[in-house]
Design a protein around this ligand. Structure first.
Ligand SMILES: NC(=O)c1ccc[n+]([C@@H]2O[C@H](COP(=O)([O-])OP(=O)(O)OC[C@H]3O[C@@H](n4cnc5c(N)ncnc54)[C@H](OP(=O)(O)O)[C@@H]3O)[C@@H](O)[C@H]2O)c1
Length: 251
């Protein structure tokens, strides 16, 4: 029911963090997984090597995302290595700055919308035609509790995540007749590189922990099970869902 044998997945931002954990879980369920990072890096190489050492079927691409040129670069790499047709697209990569609205300059604002939102639009348009043609596809978008609950210093990031969720709902309705499901996984506070520095402030970490009913921060692996489920045939009738993986932080 949860087997992904014969499927090919692309997980954006899987050089580390949540994307890496999801990529490994999809590969363990039988998929071939294309790992991705914003650029060639030691982290991407190490993730690739770890996956291979575990006997998982993986390949890798590296490219920033969000502009037409960057999409063309990724497409070129995928085509060269025979990975052009993707069955499972996980929209995970994003950038985040801890800044209030008045602290943003236009170019940082635009860069964040490009990476977090324009990339979703472009990657979906790139890979959905094949999914529709074969009558099977999965798009899994990684949201954030901030999509519903804005917080001052997450200002523009939260706005990109709200827009991403809205775009997924539209796509979910549009693609369901073709056997392509679109769903969102919404992490709470998951301990990764992105927040390691902020959470090293003990007083701040305790303040956040007091708002998480499960009593702990999440690990990247906590997000993996939901991704395997949504990617599998078991979830073929799950359309437009938003699954919080947040230990109750979203409540
Ligand atoms: N961690 C949390 O608490 C949390 C909470 C809610 C939602 N989320 C969401 O979960 C997802 C993963 O978060 P994470 O904490 O695992 O992130 P992370 O550890 O910061 O990793 C980010 C990944 O995205 C890639 N990336 C960043 N900017 C990129 C760009 N411009 N172009 C292409 N790739 C880019 C990075 O590639 P490089 O290695 O090359 O830099 C890396 O693989 C994100 O969508 C985030 O918004 C996370």
């Amino acid at each position: 029911m949860f087997s992904l044998n014969g499927r090919k997945a692309l997980v954006t931002g899987s050089s580390r963090g949540i994307g890496r954990a999801i990529a490994f879980a999809l590969a363990r369920a039988g998929a071939h997984v294309v790992l991705h990072g914003s650029k060639p890096s030691a982290a991407l190489d190490a993730t690739f090597a770890d996956a291979q050492a575990q006997g998982l079927s993986v390949s890798k691409v590296s490219s920033a995302i969000g502009s037409a040129e960057e999409l063309a670069e990724m497409r070129k790499q995928l085509e060269l290595q025979g990975d052009a047709n993707i069955d499972i697209l996980v929209l995970n990569a994003s950038s985040q700055c801890y800044m209030k609205v008045h602290e943003f300059d236009s170019s940082t604002f635009e860069e964040m919308f490009k990476t977090n939102l324009a990339s979703c639009f472009q990657l979906i348009n790139q890979f959905v035609p094949y999914m529709k043609e074969q009558g099977w596809g999965r798009i899994i978008s990684i949201g954030s509790v901030n999509q519903e609950r804005p917080a001052g210093r997450f200002s523009v990031y939260a706005a990109t995540k709200a827009a991403q969720l809205n775009l997924m709902k539209t796509c979910a309705a549009d693609f369901a007749p073709f056997g392509v499901t679109v769903n969102t996984i919404t992490p709470g506070v998951i301990y990764t590189d992105r927040n390691a520095k902020t959470l090293s402030d003990e007083a701040f970490a305790q303040q956040i922990l007091s708002k998480i009913p499960a009593g702990r921060f999440g690990a990247a692996e906590d997000c993996a099970g939901a991704a395997v489920f949504l990617a599998s045939d078991a979830a073929s009738y799950v359309v437009g869902a938003d699954i919080a993986v947040a230990g109750g932080f979203q409540l």
